[in-house]
Design a protein around this ligand. Structure first.
Ligand SMILES: Cc1cc2nc3c(=O)[nH]c(=O)nc-3n(C[C@H](O)[C@H](O)[C@H](O)COP(=O)(O)OP(=O)(O)OC[C@H]3O[C@@H](n4cnc5c(N)ncnc54)[C@H](O)[C@@H]3O)c2cc1C
Length: 303
């Protein structure tokens, strides 16, 4: 089921038709407060009142016209200005900034965003996409990090290479958002079994926690797996870490009760709020993460 859903995520015919189907638009509302930024801003304001920070992401990937990338950058500049009181951060995909078309332009766009984020005292996160982009994204981050302190990268625990990426990046005092990984990757480069991915996730955290403890690395556990978060925290406690040093991020609409509980318990929690109309591939990846969600979609056929 996971493989089928991830195949659907890449299918151009489905990508152009499904977003027009009313029941699909109804279903996607579970993971998006709305398509416009206003709805995202309102959700972030509500979360802030409950001690949960926000991470905004305008949906979109693999753009084919650099003008679209320009519009994305201009949009985030407005977002950063409009959300200054919220201490919200932003997260962007390199292919949404033109990586497929012109890597130099993508880098220049990232720099514009990093400057805007620094001016707003915010933070820029670089999402990690499928493995065709891993090397280029890590290289983009390495170049960005040498000039901009407030920039982080998402790394995927399902990839075999991630441990060496972490080791290579540590000298840069990086910010790493550790995720399990959302794409279909072959077993030659990625752990296939969930047990192995979870074990690697924990091992990577154990490797990074001493750096976090001494303020040399910003680590965000981007996962809804609260058992795994609890295990990581046990290692953090053994190292003498404070709760607010352990950062957790989850997606809007998923395990909200756990996000609020972790924030009440004193951990630093952020909710990633996605918005925009280019939700198709992103939404299919959310279904693939938990195929039981497909029943929720099916129920929208009979509202
Ligand atoms: C803040 C954030 C940023 C991310 N950024 C990236 C990125 O840049 N690149 C990338 O490849 N991936 C990214 N991801 C996705 C990530 O790779 C996983 O695919 C996703 O988080 C599901 O794995 P999990 O860690 O939650 O653990 P799992 O073991 O899959 O899930 C743990 C539990 O969480 C719940 N859960 C998980 N997913 C869902 C869902 N979709 N619907 C309902 N319940 C669910 C279930 O109860 C499940 O039992 C991001 C995830 C988060 C939270």
């Amino acid at each position: 089921m996971r493989r089928l859903l991830l195949w659907c995520a890449r299918n151009p015919w489905l990508a152009s038709h499904v977003p027009r189907w009313r029941f699909a638009r109804r279903a996607v509302r579970r993971f998006l407060p709305g398509e416009g930024f206003d709805a995202a801003l309102k959700a972030a304001t509500d979360f802030k009142a409950q001690g949960v920070g926000a991470l905004f992401t305008l949906l979109g990937e693999n753009i084919t016209d650099l003008e679209d990338a320009n519009r994305v950058v201009a949009h985030y500049e407005e977002v950063l200005a409009a959300s200054s009181g919220l201490q919200a951060e932003i997260s962007v995909k390199p292919t949404q900034l033109g990586l497929d078309i012109d890597p130099a332009a993508a880098f220049a766009n990232l720099e514009r965003l990093a400057r805007a984020a620094a001016k707003a005292k915010s933070f820029l996160w670089i999402d990690m996409e499928g493995s065709a982009y891993t090397e280029r994204t890590v290289n983009l981050y390495r170049r960005m990090r040498t000039a901009h302190p407030d920039v982080g990268i998402a790394l995927q625990a399902y990839l075999h290479r991630t441990v060496s990426d972490v080791v290579d990046l540590v000298a840069l005092k990086p910010a790493i958002r550790l995720v399990k990984g959302a794409y279909a990757e072959p077993p030659t480069i990625a752990f296939a079994a969930k047990k192995e991915v979870d074990a690697n996730y924990l091992a990577l955290c154990v490797l990074m926690l001493p750096e976090v403890r001494h303020g040399r690395l910003r680590l965000v556990l981007a996962t809804h797996d609260t058992d795994l978060v609890a295990k990581v925290w046990r290692f953090g406690q053994a190292l003498g870490m404070e709760r607010k040093q352990l950062e957790v991020a989850m997606l809007y609409g998923i395990r909200t009760d756990e996000q609020l509980r972790l924030a009440r318990d004193g951990f630093a929690v952020r909710d990633l709020i996605a918005y925009g109309d280019a939700w198709y591939a992103w939404y299919l990846r959310r279904l693939a993460e938990r195929p039981a969600n497909v029943w929720f979609v099916a129920r929208q056929l009979f509202p």
